[in-house]
Design a protein around this ligand. Structure first.
Ligand code: SF4
Ligand code: SF4
Length: 421
């Protein structure tokens, strides 16, 4: 795609990087077939190719974007299915992050949208505030239909994601290796996951220590910055990345920084682009103690399969652990969670969720495994079967307890009856 940025514009490294990305696009359109919003809406402006054109025009012109451009950029899930498909290697993550930051800086959103976008990082990235908000959300659940009628769909969507009351995570900060010590890792604490699904961290700690690694939770660490990045608040995301890099450096030498949230992992791996540091999640295997041959539908989180290009490793680990792993048709399509997309774009997110739930049900598997708490929260209300994290299953197979959500593993998954959203 041709560009006509001025030399002054190209002095900005972000614009220079975006020009490089735009120029790689050859308009072939391969990406349109795998873009969830194009698949749903059939509008070129809701396809990767169309968005690249809109972003080019917006960045070249500078200043306030047109309302139409804001609409079509906002509808992008940042799922990066287009990056996986594109034969020309267009760095779409660079373009969409730059576009969101430009819109955040130059576009004035309606008052209620501004408040929602301000509240999301203020609550979701602070575990104490999030715990309070979840408690309030449980009380306010009956108000969900009223909020929808009042045209407050984002708030109604938030209430739908509130899980039942969860036990508090362990306050310990250090966990010794079981048996011979092979190394030491930092486990990213995350902000949403401990409040929504604390059993995931507990299972991960058991799994990693059983594999011979010490696990540390570091002081001074905060949100990875992914939510802020999704909202176009690039400076805020950069500040969070710097805070975390400093906290991990102060913790001394470790073999890896491990996260159980695919979205956080993608963000960590982008720290190099963001602040010039590197994140390096990794893990070693632990022997299977007891195989549980139940069927598992593996839902691939976009941040893992597209953002990090990790596709076969989770399937192989689950299969090695003795599970009967089933692939979900249209596995490349997002479930609609996508960071805070299900709050900001609830209608499209619900369509994608129901499509995913139907595809999962088609596998006939007894259990769903998803490596991202956002996907788990998104899918759980749409399925009658348990949705667990793969580390819960791996922990179970290697000597840990049976996941609490898995009390009826023989049940066949069915999508819940379609609901009016
Ligand atoms: S697949 Fe890549 S090169 Fe082709 S239109 Fe899409 S972004 Fe452009
Ligand atoms: S990131 Fe996802 S929704 Fe956005 S253009 Fe690419 S494929 Fe489409």
């Amino acid at each position: 795609m041709r560009t006509s940025f001025t030399p002054e514009q190209l002095a900005d490294p972000e614009t220079a990087a975006s020009q490089t990305a735009i120029r790689k696009c050859v308009h072939c359109g391969f990406c349109t077939a795998t873009c969830p919003t194009y698949v749903l809406l059939g509008d070129e402006r809701d396809s990767p190719r169309g968005r690249i054109e809109l972003i080019r025009e917006m960045l070249e012109r500078g200043g306030a974007p047109s309302p139409s451009t804001v609409t079509h950029v906002d509808r992008c899930l940042s799922c990066l299915a287009c990056t996986t498909t594109c034969p020309s290697g267009v760095d779409y993550a660079q373009l969409i992050d730059h576009a969101r930051a430009h819109i955040e800086e130059h576009h004035v959103r309606p008052w209620h949208e501004r408040q929602i976008r301000r509240l999301i990082p203020a609550i979701l990235t602070r575990p104490r505030r999030l715990a309070l908000a979840l408690a309030a959300g449980r009380l306010a659940r009956p108000l969900e239909p009223t909020l929808r009628r009042l045209n407050l769909a984002p708030l109604a969507a938030l209430l739908r994601l509130v899980p039942p009351r969860q036990p508090k995570p362990s306050p310990a900060r250090f966990f010794a290796a079981a048996g011979k010590k092979r190394g030491r890792v930092i486990l990213l604490q995350g902000c949403v996951e401990p409040a929504m699904a604390p059993q995931i961290r507990a299972a991960a700690i058991r799994l990693i220590t059983r594999a011979g690694y010490e696990v540390m939770l570091t002081d001074g660490e905060g949100c990875c910055g992914a939510l802020s990045q999704h909202l176009g608040r690039a400076d805020e995301a950069r500040a969070m990345a710097r805070t975390n890099a400093a906290a991990w450096a102060a913790a001394g030498k470790v073999d890896a920084i491990v996260t159980t949230a695919a979205g956080c992992g993608t963000m960590l791996k982008s720290y190099g682009r963001l602040i010039g540091k590197e994140g390096a999640p990794a893990a070693r295997r632990t022997p299977v103690m007891k195989a549980h041959p139940i069927s598992v539908a593996y839902h691939a989180a976009c941040s893992l399969q597209h953002g990090q290009q990790i596709k076969t490793a989770p399937l192989a680990l689950l299969a090695e652990a003795g599970f009967d792993v089933r692939l979900v048709p249209e596995g490349h399509l997002c479930c609609g969670s996508a960071g805070v997309y299900n709050i900001l774009q609830p209608e499209l997110a619900t369509q994608l969720r129901d499509r995913k739930a139907a595809n999962i049900a088609g596998t006939g598997a007894a259990v769903v495994a998803a490596g991202n708490v956002g996907c788990m929260a998104q899918l759980t209300p749409a399925l009658d079967a348990p949705v667990v994290h793969p580390v819960e299953l791996l922990d179970w197979a290697t000597g840990g307890p049976k996941p609490a959500a898995l009390m009826a593993p023989e049940a066949v998954i069915k999508p819940r009856a379609a609901r009016v959203e």
